[in-house]
Design a protein around this ligand. Structure first.
Ligand SMILES: Nc1nc2c(ncn2[C@@H]2O[C@H](COP(=O)(O)OP(=O)(O)OP(=O)(O)O)[C@@H](O)[C@H]2O)c(=O)[nH]1
Ligand SMILES: [Mg+2]
Length: 635
């Protein structure tokens, strides 16, 4: 599939989108920074700093292809898939009264329509293997919907669809997610962890009723995790009282203090408007406002954040280019400084050379740090599951499993999912800490080394999946109780549209149900005997329930443990590569300063002073242009 090509430098202008809608294009905040990064790369090249030129080019390419991921989440059957289709004016995501979206569908720009379905491959492979299947968009339902792929027998993790659409051309990726059977379910917690990697979330609800408590809870977490959160209340065509519903939703959000807009739409009206090219119907559908919100707040906001980060990197590159000239000027102005500088550079050269050696101290620290991290994350996971196991047993002791098992098992899967997500959070946090500590080692000769944080998340690409099926438990009638698993998208903050999947046997864990107690009475047992029998059955049920729950927790923690070990291995590889590059950059920096020191030694001092001052002025000018291009007030 073709990815979005380099972005056009869009100007603020109104244009017809070809579907009867007027689209206001916003000035893309990335465009000027992309352009200036090109200038910075050329400048670095001219100053013989191939390392910095490379850094500038990579940052530029990165910014030019930023993906802005918008997760469309919500409870079961609210109209998420229909909304995505109506936004794009295409039947991309399968929709039906009965068939549900079973796996996440990512929709991005491509020159030609096409889809790739990703399934798991060889399970024993390390890192986990993923297999891509190229399919027609029209055939997607066979893979991604409950009807076409019941219980996700085909083991699909997600589908990636490309279509040529103006709305997507600037890197917008819409993610249609499976309906959550209650946002407070295990699905819900996992969809929530997907938000950590998203630029925005649209919570789709419908105007049949006010926001539910589960939806409000979901929003509470979403606003913590995601820069832009919007409620889209759909099906206004079906519910005449939609205005009242929207007003009370707004009141609830205000009361909670959430900065969340509520947009009312009707996908049905939008489709009708497109088919009949009826502008007033289109306005009535609410889609022009939603469209403007997507291109404005969401696209422009995320673009601004990415541009600001890239501009910071460019500023740092200029600072490094400037350094040797500034030092040379100092020597020209004060020859006594030359000796001090010579000593400093000698020390710095030795330290820089050490950084590049095999078995350098930072490499030892990296290996040790990763081993510690592994142990710590593993311990954290074990502790979490031990606590959860204890709590499970306490709960089971208070219930009659035959009656309350569904409730307990739903609680358990939800807790397990959030413990896995929390453990993943620990991994991310500690990794960032380790990276910070390691970078300290590169502080040589006044150089302030930095690892680009945006790229730090990429190794989690290999994080793979946590794949757990609900344990099978034989039922009394000899059958097997197990509910189908579901795939949920989750992710760390990634920059290349990173996707991590957690597939979990969500829903119910099967439990064999003991024969009804009343059977005892039918057998003519006395009251006491029935009571004893009841007690015995209850104890037996509780034991079975505990065993089923523990098996489930073991499976989840085993899969999660493997997934985090895989992640750590790729983190280690990533850090080793990046720090290797950084060692090269530090050495090049020191070398540039040594060369500058030599240049300061001979020739026409006045002329040299004028030349150096001119170079500095050129770099300062570039820095001030970058400063002006760096978006400031972004949400
Ligand atoms: N009248 C009307 N019906 C709608 C609208 N949006 C969705 N529907 C209907 O609602 C039903 C569910 O729509 P979907 O888009 O499949 O909902 P979903 O949230 O993706 O469902 P899951 O993926 O199963 O969670 C379908 O029958 C749609 O035709 C709307 O704006 N108006
Ligand atoms: Mg759907």
């Amino acid at each position: 599939m073709t990815r979005a090509g380099p972005r056009r430098g869009t100007a603020a202008a109104a244009s017809a989108a070809g579907d009867g809608t007027t689209v206001v294009e916003h000035l893309d905040p990335r465009a000027p920074v992309v352009e200036l990064l090109g200038v910075v790369a050329t400048a670095a090249e001219a100053y013989d700093r191939a390392d910095l030129a490379e850094r500038a080019s990579v940052t530029r390419a990165h910014l030019d292809h930023t993906e802005i991921r918008v997760v469309v989440a919500g409870e079961f059957k609210r109209g998420k898939s229909t909304l995505v289709n109506a936004l794009l004016g295409a039947e991309v995501c399968p929709v039906d009264d009965d068939i549900a979206t079973a796996v996440p569908i990512l929709v991005r720009h491509a020159a030609e329509p096409g889809a790739v379905v990703v399934t798991g491959g060889d399970e024993s492979a390390d890192p986990p293997e993923l297999v891509e299947h190229r399919v027609e968009v029209a055939a997607l339902a066979d893979w991604v919907s409950e009807a076409g792929n019941p219980g996700n027998r085909r083991g699909v993790h997600w589908a990636d669809v490309g279509i040529p659409r103006k709305l997507l051309a600037d890197g917008l990726v819409l993610v249609d997610t499976p309906g959550v059977g209650g946002l407070d379910s295990a699905h819900g917690s996992l969809t929530l962890s997907a938000l950590a990697g998203a630029d925005a979330v649209l919570l789709v609800t419908d105007t049949s009723q006010e926001l539910t408590a589960a939806e409000v809870d979901f929003l509470r977490s979403a606003v913590e995790l995601c820069p832009t959160v919007t409620v889209v209340s759909t099906k206004t065509d079906l519910y005449p009282a939609w205005r009242t519903i929207v007003a009370s939703d707004k009141a609830v959000l205000d009361r909670e203090g959430f900065a969340v807009e509520v947009l009312a739409v009707s996908s049905a009206l939008r489709s009708l408007a497109a088919a009949t090219v009826d502008r007033s119907l289109n306005d009535e559908s609410g889609f022009p406002t939603l469209h403007a919100h997507l291109t404005g707040e969401i696209l422009a906001g995320a673009g601004a954040r990415a541009a600001a980060m890239a501009a910071d990197t460019a500023t740092e590159i200029i600072r490094r280019l400037r350094e040797p000239f500034a030092a040379e000027l100092e020597v020209l102005d004060d020859p006594e400084a030359a000796e001090r500088r010579r000593v400093r550079l000698e020390e710095a050269s030795a330290a820089a050379a050490e950084l590049q050696e095999r078995g350098a101290r930072w490499q030892v620290l990296l290996n040790d740090g990763c081993a510690d991290l592994n142990a710590e994350v593993d311990h954290d996971l074990r502790e979490r599951f031990r606590r959860l196991g204890r709590e499970l047993e306490e709960r089971i002791d208070e219930i009659e499993p035959a009656k309350a098992w569904d409730e307990i098992s739903a609680w358990l899967t939800r807790q397990a999912a959030s413990e896995v997500a929390a453990n993943h959070g620990v991994l991310l946090e500690r990794t960032a800490q380790l990276a910070d500590d390691l970078v300290e080692q590169f502080r040589v000769g006044g150089i302030e080394p930095r690892l680009p944080t945006v790229e730090l998340a990429d190794p989690f690409d290999a994080l793979g999946e946590v794949s757990v099926d609900a344990p099978e438990v034989a039922t009394d009638d000899g059958g097997v109780a197990r509910r189908a698993g579901a795939s949920i998208l989750t992710g760390a903050k990634g920059s290349y549209g990173y996707v991590m999947m957690i597939t979990m046997g969500a829903g119910m864990i099967g439990l064999s149900v003991a024969a009804p107690i009343m059977a005892g009475a039918a057998l003519g047992l006395g009251r006491k005997a029935v009571k004893d029998e009841h007690k015995r059955k209850l104890t037996q049920e509780r034991q079975q329930a505990k065993a089923a729950g523990r098996r489930y927790l073991d499976d989840v923690s085993f899969a999660a443990g493997k997934s985090s070990r895989d992640a750590l291995r790729s983190v280690q590889r990533f850090l080793r590569d990046e720090l290797g590059v950084l060692a090269g950059e530090v050495a090049a920096q020191v070398q540039a300063e040594v060369a500058a020191a030599k240049a300061a030694g001979g020739g026409d001092i006045e002329q040299r002073r004028a030349d150096v001052a001119a170079e500095l002025a050129r770099l300062d000018h570039l820095a001030s242009k970058l400063d002006a291009a760096r978006p400031r007030a972004h949400p």
